[in-house]
Design a protein around this ligand. Structure first.
Ligand code: SF4
Ligand code: SF4
Length: 280
């Protein structure tokens, strides 16, 4: 069973829930924790796991424009990233820092004048610890397009997933295409929320996205006891999402978090029990 831990806003406690839940489930089940926040993966830090590089994630990038170029400008027209400067006398000039490797320019070129090369845009890391297996993707610093790395982690999960009872997917914040890619294939999503105006706003966005993707969702109210509880409750109710569990705002949890210790509090144990009762 693949379960997404998501929540819209950053800082709501997705990683805290994902790591603690994965460790708790791993006490009785085979668990793979997948950190798909590829811009900033940090679940391994919370679990004191030291992952090793599994492989680079390669993408096709334009390398140079050769002498076949007829200076038609079609490559610059095709580039949505403004990564090609074009002048009818000097021809196209590729700006590598702007390029995301979509290959549209190469497809648009009528004379095959754009040569390509394979470059690393990030990597997949794997490791084990706390009774579970771990995989994460990490985008290289300065790279703009993270979807190839998310897709590579998805491929790893598809190949390795049959060996596990539970795959816990920790998504990035937001509702952008990488979050959508991480959510695909999940049969349940736990939407972690906090009771603040910004939290409620972003919670609504992620619940709408989950409905759009037809992924059954349940709510987790984190930092319960601070903020205006009804802010989150109203959004869950509006989207017909039951509150599956609550995690209190506590000094004990904050200390565990800061020390890289999974927050195995009774509320997490309760959520794990409920998950074991779910249909696979
Ligand atoms: S690969 Fe895509 S982003 Fe890069 S220069 Fe070509 S069209 Fe632009
Ligand atoms: S599309 Fe090809 S031929 Fe036309 S300007 Fe670009 S590189 Fe040159």
């Amino acid at each position: 069973m693949r379960i997404a831990i998501t929540g819209g806003k950053g800082g709501t406690g997705k990683s805290l829930v994902a790591t603690a839940l994965a460790v708790e489930l791993a006490k009785e089940n085979k668990v793979l924790l997948a950190d798909m926040d590829v811009d900033c993966p940090d679940d391994h830090l919370l679990l004191s796991i030291h992952p090793k590089k599994e492989k680079d994630v390669m993408i096709t990038m334009p390398k140079r424009v050769n002498e076949k170029c007829i200076k038609c400008g079609k490559c610059a027209e095709a580039c949505q990233e403004s990564a090609i400067l074009f002048h009818k006398e000097t021809g196209p000039k590729i700006i590598p820092d702007q390029c995301i490797g979509c290959t549209a320019c190469m497809l648009a070129c009528p004379v095959d004048a754009i040569e390509s090369e394979q470059v690393s845009t990030g990597a997949i890391y794997t490791g084990s610890g706390q009774g579970l297996d771990f995989v994460s993707g990490e985008l290289k610093a300065g790279k703009k397009e993270s979807s190839p790395v998310v897709n590579a982690v998805n491929k790893y999960i598809s190949e390795a997933g049959k060996n596990y009872d539970y795959i816990i997917v920790d998504t990035a914040a937001g509702t952008h295409c990488n979050v959508i890619a991480a959510l695909r294939g999940c049969s349940l999503a736990l939407a972690v929320a906090e009771a603040t105006p910004m939290g409620a706003h972003d919670l609504n966005l992620i619940l709408e996205l989950l409905a759009e993707l037809k992924i059954p969702a349940q709510g987790i109210l984190n930092k319960a006891g601070v903020g205006k509880r009804e802010l989150a409750e109203n959004i869950f109710a509006k989207n017909n999402i039951p509150i599956y569990g609550e995690i209190p705002y506590s000094l004990e949890i904050a200390k565990m978090y800061s020390q890289g210790v999974p927050a195995l509090v009774p509320e997490i144990k309760e959520i794990a029990k409920k998950i074991r009762r779910e249909e696979p």
